[in-house]
Design a protein around this ligand. Structure first.
Ligand code: NAD
Length: 293
């Protein structure tokens, strides 16, 4: 069993740390929020009053924070006095550039490191069914895999440091674009007098099929589990989709990739968020197309 320090016990980190503890690992957690620490304690995670207390003796340190600047600040503290052979794993969704900086810092301190962002949301975190997209060395991946398996179902080694984050933002750029395409098609169908169910029955079995229609249809009825049947309660909140689309645009600019539909999707989700919809499920963007038409 492994001694793990888990930093960032929020909506995702809390249940992930709980699953590691449930699997029999010794998990010491730290979060700036006292409430999150208390909640984690109730799930078998040992709470630390300060981060250094969690780090002492840890063989593996996992971070689950909101953004790149937080990860760099926390990793900067971690690598000051790492225990020998410490493996650092960042599961946050952050920009590829910060992820690569974090890897460089760890390497300088003699630590193995991985970027391992996740897909699957809070439900997947609670049920230990997350997908992990992992960037870093084979050696780091081999050490991390059994731990990631306690928190997830699908674990993919994507390549060198930073490629986990690259996979995450490319996947979510596809998702943001495809959801907009599906929403536009359903709004057009409404104007043409075509029922939701008829469009679903055709497109979900034809060349229009994709996750946004087959599993997460943005109108009520065809897929009973989709947020459209539940007043667009997330699910995956629109502000998180916007964050990921902005990360993909930053990355595109940095490497000179041409992503015009990604740029349009970021702009549309930006408008949707400005209208006060950031906390709703991202598929609720269909309502904006109804207004616009
Ligand atoms: P969250 O805000 O609920 O959790 C982040 C936690 O980090 C908070 O509890 C905060 O107090 C803590 N924190 C911040 N700075 C800290 C520090 N210096 N030391 C210790 N703790 C600190 O966010 P979340 O929803 O858990 O998301 C975490 C990451 O996972 C994000 O990058 C997000 O994009 C990604 N993600 C989220 C979801 C989702 O559905 N929520 C799905 C996939 C990926």
């Amino acid at each position: 069993m492994t001694r793990i320090a888990f930093i960032g016990l929020g909506n995702m980190g809390g249940p992930m740390a709980a699953n590691l503890a449930k699997a029999g690992h010794t998990v010491t957690g730290f979060d700036l929020s006292h409430d999150m620490l208390k909640a984690a304690e109730a799930t078998g995670v040992k709470p630390a009053n300060v981060m250094t207390e969690a780090l002492a003796d840890a063989e593996v340190v996992i971070t689950m924070l909101r953004k790149g600047s937080q990860v760099l600040t926390v990793w900067n503290d971690i690598i000051r006095s790492p225990a020998k052979d410490t493996l650092l794993i960042d599961c946050s969704t952050i920009d590829v550039d910060s992820a690569r900086k974090a890897h460089a810092m760890a390497k300088q301190a003699g630590c193995l490191s991985l970027d391992a962002p996740v897909s699957g949301g809070t439900k997947g975190a609670a049920a230990a069914t997350l997908t992990f997209m992992v960037g870093g060395s084979e050696e780091g991946f081999a050490r991390a895999k059994p731990l990631l398996e306690a928190m997830g179902k699908t674990i993919v080694h994507c390549g060198d440091g930073g490629t986990g984050q690259a996979a995450k933002i490319c996947n979510n750029m596809i998702l943001g674009i495809s959801m907009i395409g599906v929403c536009e098609a359903f709004v057009l169908a409404e104007k043409l007098g075509l029922s939701h169910q008829a469009l679903f029955d055709v497109a979900s079995t034809s060349s229009g099929q994709c996750w946004s229609i087959n599993s997460y249809c943005p109108v009520p009825g065809p897929v009973p589990s989709s947020p459209a049947n539940n007043s667009f309660k997330p699910g995956f909140a629109a502000d998180l989709m916007l964050k990921d689309l902005n990360l993909s645009q930053e990355a595109s600019l940095l490497v000179g990739a041409t992503t015009p539909l990604g740029a349009a999707a970021a702009q549309l989700f930006g408008m949707f968020e400005k209208q006060g919809n950031g906390g709703r499920d991202f598929s609720a963007i269909i309502e904006m197309f109804r207004q616009r038409t």
